[in-house]
Design a protein around this ligand. Structure first.
Ligand code: FE2
Ligand code: FE2
Length: 308
């Protein structure tokens, strides 16, 4: 028997690319950022639009999730002012205890000091477990109700025209320890990462380089659901591990106008109910519908996740 009302509702949105880098100085636009700026000027600013993001936020507030997760790419070219702009937007979505963020490759477009870049979002990346004194806190763990959100940082600066991600050896070690400590917790384990973790599902120049290592790690220390962004399109895949399959969900950009047959602004909603042997998770998309000018609901999946 399931509980009648969702015991916990969380929302997933990604790739808002919400910032406006037009105030950048010539000095700031040196190197790789110049290409990114041109791409924004020619294409991305027409596709990623503030009015869609505002519409999504309005719908999201009306649905009143208990928690919201954002899987990266809030900025375009990682200018210090973009991190401040994104921080202001995050506070319009919710406070740090109700919103969790992991970075995307555009949030590590070039090397930036932690304090003037991702450090601006620390309220949204706090972890419930012991944290290093300085630098990146990842992997982060945030327990909300019966759910443990585990956030990873796959965002690393890359050469121009590359958008690859990497978790790296030390984050991978800490992740394995973290997941092992959650093994008997009875919590629903939801892994958050910007890049898709399934090898072969992304172009070579945009892939998660150590996805095969992550998949082997998940065989030893599994999670229940993986959420990612990066591809700007909906996705429902499976990581196949020895005795089970882990569902993996991707999502279009939260700010997408949906031009040229691209996917329009969307967020996903996860209603989690308890039953005697585990969890039932109903996954729905709330997608912008141009004809009715409203967010409409589309069921995606119903998951039964067993607990011993
Ligand atoms: Fe993106
Ligand atoms: Fe990305």
């Amino acid at each position: 028997m399931y509980t009648a009302e969702p015991m916990f509702r969380f929302a997933h949105l990604s790739d808002p690319h919400l910032t406006d880098p037009s105030g950048a100085s010539a000095r700031e636009l040196a190197g790789k950022r110049a290409l990114g700026y041109l791409s924004w000027l020619r294409r991305r600013r027409h596709e990623h639009r503030r009015e869609f993001l505002e519409g999504l936020a309005k719908d999201l507030h009306a649905r009143s999730p208990d928690h919201t997760v954002v899987t990266g790419d809030l900025t375009h070219i990682s200018l210090p002012q973009e991190f401040l702009e994104a921080r202001a937007w995050l506070s319009s979505i919710g406070s740090g205890d109700r919103v969790t963020v992991v970075p995307g490759n555009h949030d590590a477009y070039v090397h930036m000091p932690w304090e003037s870049a991702l450090g601006q979002w620390t309220d949204y990346m706090q972890t419930d477990v012991a944290q290093p004194a300085s630098g990146t806190p990842f992997p982060i763990v945030r327990v909300r109700g019966q759910i443990a959100f585990i956030g990873l940082n796959s965002a690393v600066p890359t050469p121009a025209l590359f958008a690859t991600g990497k978790l790296g050896e030390s984050q991978m070690h800490r992740l394995e320890d973290t997941l092992a400590s959650l093994d008997d917790s009875g919590l629903l384990r939801v892994l958050l990462i910007h890049h898709p973790p399934v090898p072969g599902t992304e172009k070579w120049r945009k892939r998660l380089i150590d996805a095969p290592v992550l998949c082997r790690l998940l065989e030893r220390t599994p999670v229940d659901i993986v959420l990612h962004g990066h591809q700007h399109r909906p996705g429902h895949a499976l990581v196949r591990i020895t005795d089970r399959e882990i569902p993996v969900f991707g999502i279009p950009s939260a700010s997408a106008a949906g031009l040229h047959c691209a996917h329009a602004s969307t967020y996903n909603e996860y209603d989690v109910r308890l039953h005697p042997h585990g969890f039932r998770v109903d996954v729905k998309a709330r997608r912008w519908h141009h004809e009715t000018e409203a967010y409409v609901e589309e069921p995606i999946a119903s998951l039964d996740i067993a607990r011993d």
